[in-house]
Design a protein around this ligand. Sequence first.
Ligand SMILES: [Zn+2]
Length: 307
Amino acid sequence: MQAWTHPACLAHDTGPGHAERPERLRAVLDALHAAFPTLDWHEAPRATRGQLLRVHTPELLSTVLDTQPTSRVHLDPDTVLSPASAEAALRAAGAAVAATEAVLHGDAKRAFCAVRPPGHHATGDVAMGFCLFNSAAVAAAHAIEHGKLERVAIIDFDVHHGNGTQAIFEHDTRVLYLSSHQSPLYPDTGYLEERGDGNIFNAPLPPGSGSDRFRAAWRDRLLPALEDFRPQLVIVSAGFDGHWRDPLAQLQLQADDYAWLTNQLATIAGRHAGGRMLSMLEGGYDLQALAECSVAHVAALSGLQPA
Ligand SMILES: [Zn+2]
């Protein structure tokens, strides 16, 4: 089990009062270091322009990488580009690529990327919803183009729908995209009838759903689709904003729900993908919930017992 991060991800400065703040990543790193002293940490490289261009337009690369702001610039009301943001976005996507390489080459069966900014709202051409580059999509594209895989699954349990990931792959049946999310909620996509070319499965859940409805959606609808797809690699968009403590949503999940789902995914990955899984930190805006949920998730991913 490998873990990837980079100090640049802490320097992405969204400004005072912003929910997607450096303290989120600090909470995850502190919790993981305390719980798993033996975790195999690596410093993320930068993604290359070529790796990013597999899923993003040259115009989006130019906006994020070439603007070089001297102070904070708002790309939309939620999404901020600070002087340090380009480097953070490159390292977050670079972690995704490096973790993919490690898992595909057999250096590790599992990897977790503790990075920010998150990625799943970024479409091919638009940075939005706190996201600059879609790191999970960059990982999937790398596994397909470089790793020559034919079936890659992206599992998104962030409380928000990953509209960007869906938009990037909705006509690419080499990728299966499965998402549970609160609905209605930002970004107001992810309805049941959005099926792409048959490779998209959404499970919108009403506010207040709680553990039982969340687990039922995965057990009855999403996990069977994953099993049928026979993924060669499982990529997780791991957002922990479904937790009951989270201030941005009301799905009312517990840390144990993330452990349960991660175990289910690991079982299916074991059957079809040689156990190969990598996970990207997405959302989660309560520091205590982030700490508890990331430990529960990484424990299930790694098989390590938290200290
Ligand atoms: Zn989210």
